[in-house]
Design a protein around this ligand. Structure first.
Ligand SMILES: [Zn+2]
Length: 339
């Protein structure tokens, strides 16, 4: 069904840029790095546990200096508390180490994901261990939490975790549902306000053209996940920044075990540059706003990563390394020798 082309900003399912813009986007396919030289990026939502070391290397090469890995579901239900414990421990342990081996600063958010809130017996047990993990170094928020199917159990544990975030003075990373998104997003914000959370402590994630205005108007941070092929393409993201500016808006990849693109942020930055968005605005939506919102946890010090981490692949984590038999560790990234 055709929609009024003059109302393209209200239409979430099509990119309606000018012919010229579409042409430009076609011509630059595959060459994003030429447009992002010298830029640094902060991806506030990426599930690196499910990605490879090649992805880490590609992120580092593309200028991603820091990331946040939200706790989420595994793609299949967990069967016991121990599985949650080990997963949370890996987010502050092995995965952080793995990231450091590629020069990327790794933070995480910890929470009971919305799907598994529906297993109430298990959810009760998870709630008990959350405070312990939320106090760990480098944990920058409660997340990702919120609604999936918008059930009563999801609401119960969303509310309980908002209280926890408030008590601990941590930002909240809110996953909004893919089905019935507008209603779910409004409900998520209303409940957060009802629990007395300051909007600037809440990052509402997975926004689109339908939700962004209300999220910004109410003072929350608005995060956008760039998914390949479906949902939110980066051409639409450019249009959103043109319309709403860069205040409290941030882009993420939410790359996970499904078809997704960990390089979504640098690619979107390149497209913004091509389409005339200022460097200052690009920096805000691909780096600064993510930093500012989650630094409210008191757990992020920009000095730790702004000039790059020192890479020392001779280090080990519990006796384990990212190297395989006989490989030489990379220690100085400026070394002339490539072995
Ligand atoms: Zn996620």
């Amino acid at each position: 069904m055709c929609q009024n082309p003059n109302e393209h900003k209200l239409n979430p399912s099509h990119f309606e840029g000018s012919t010229e813009e579409k042409q430009t986007a076609q011509e630059v396919e595959g060459g994003f790095a030429a447009y992002t030289q010298g830029m640094k990026f902060f991806d506030p939502h990426v599930h690196m546990t499910s990605r490879t070391t090649d992805d880490y290397q590609a992120l580092a090469d593309a200028g991603v200096v820091a990331i946040i890995e939200p706790a989420f579901w595994l793609g299949q239900p967990r069967t016991g508390l121990a599985s949650f414990k080990d997963y949370f421990a890996s987010l502050v342990g092995w995965e952080r180490f793995r990231s450091s081996q590629f020069g990327i600063k790794h933070y995480c958010t910890i929470g009971l994901n919305s799907r598994e809130a529906n297993n109430e017996a298990l959810a009760e047990e998870v709630m008990e261990i959350l405070p312990l993990f939320l106090q760990k170094e480098g944990v920058v928020g409660v997340g990702e939490i919120g609604f999936d199917d918008q059930t009563a159990a999801e609401e119960k544990y969303y509310r309980a975790q908002l209280e926890l975030a408030k008590e601990m003075g941590l930002p909240v990373q809110v996953h909004t549902p893919h089905r019935d998104k507008k209603k779910g997003t409004e409900r998520s914000m209303a409940i957060a306000l009802e629990h007395g959370l300051a909007p600037h402590m809440v990052v509402i994630d997975h926004n689109n053209e339908e939700t962004v205005k209300s999220v910004l108007d109410q003072g929350f941070y608005a995060a956008f996940t760039i998914y390949p092929f479906t949902k939110m393409g980066n051409e639409r993201m450019v249009e959103i920044v043109k319309q709403y500016g860069s205040e409290r808006i941030m882009v993420n990849s939410a790359a996970d075990w499904g078809i997704s693109d960990p390089l979504a942020i640098p690619k979107t930055a390149a497209l913004m540059k091509i389409k005339g968005i200022s460097d200052a605005d690009i920096q805000k939506v691909t780096y600064q706003n993510a930093l500012d919102s989650f630094a409210q946890s008191g757990q992020i010090n920009e000095k730790d990563f702004i000039d790059g981490l020192e890479i020392d692949q001779s280090l080990k984590f519990n006796g384990n390394t990212v190297l395989r038999g006989g490989q030489a560790p990379r220690i100085d990234k400026n070394s002339i020798f490539i072995r």
